[in-house]
Design a protein around this ligand. Sequence first.
Ligand SMILES: Nc1ncnc2c1ncn2[C@@H]1O[C@H](COP(=O)(O)OP(=O)(O)O)[C@@H](O)[C@H]1O
Ligand SMILES: [Mg+2]
Length: 239
Amino acid sequence: MIEVSDLTVRFGGVIPLDGMSVTFERGTCGLIGPNGAGKTTFFNVLSGFVKPVSGQITAFGEDLLKMAHYRRARWGVRRTFQTEQAIEELSVYEKVGLIHEQSKVTGSSRREDVLGAIDFVKLDIDPNAKVRTLGAAQRRLVEVARAVVGKPRLVLLDEPAAGLPEEETELLSEVIRAIPEHMGALVILVDHDMSLVSSCCEVTAVLDFGRLIASGPTDEVLRDERVMRAYLGTEEVMA
Ligand SMILES: Nc1ncnc2c1ncn2[C@@H]1O[C@H](COP(=O)(O)OP(=O)(O)O)[C@@H](O)[C@H]1O
Ligand SMILES: [Mg+2]
């Protein structure tokens, strides 16, 4: 369980998170909101890239903000990025295994772990294939494999389906839904594809201007008037 209380982030005059409080209990939880609402900034705080000016985050009973950012990966924070971290010349195996560069896992258990993650996302390709030879959907699955390798406790997915056609989003959705049970991790899914969020998440939280404006069962949240209003005037349309 992740408990966030009164989290505020400032970049000069910009306040991307403005007293955000929310709880993510278990399974796959949705986090939605218009562009600029602060979703990626929230992930940056969880993974340690951004330091908040105030607030608290308790992750499975531990004070996450007290943990040095370089220790969070070992602790179990994993994420994907909105813009793919392309390292074209690496093989799929090498790229998925990068996280282990900072861990003590070596030898055959490391190999098993990396191949297990590649297998888990149903990437039906040679692990020695270079990343540059992959198509868009396969690259996305590589990103997800990187986010479940090792012993993940908290998996942050930042718009994993952006730009993917429906059929491939469907496959991605099956993988995402399997993460909590098979990997034992809590997943927070950020995406603008409301059918993906609905199919993966029992509960969803909504950010607008850095504040939580709704949270609860996904179907109820998507019908909430404050949520619909938050999306008005943006180019995104609620599905
Ligand atoms: N490093 C930064 N410096 C200044 N402003 C930033 C920075 N990162 C994000 N912002 C601003 O913070 C706000 C929230 O951005 P972001 O968290 O990326 O939103 P979302 O992911 O919900 O679209 C936006 O107004 C954005 O321009
Ligand atoms: Mg974002």
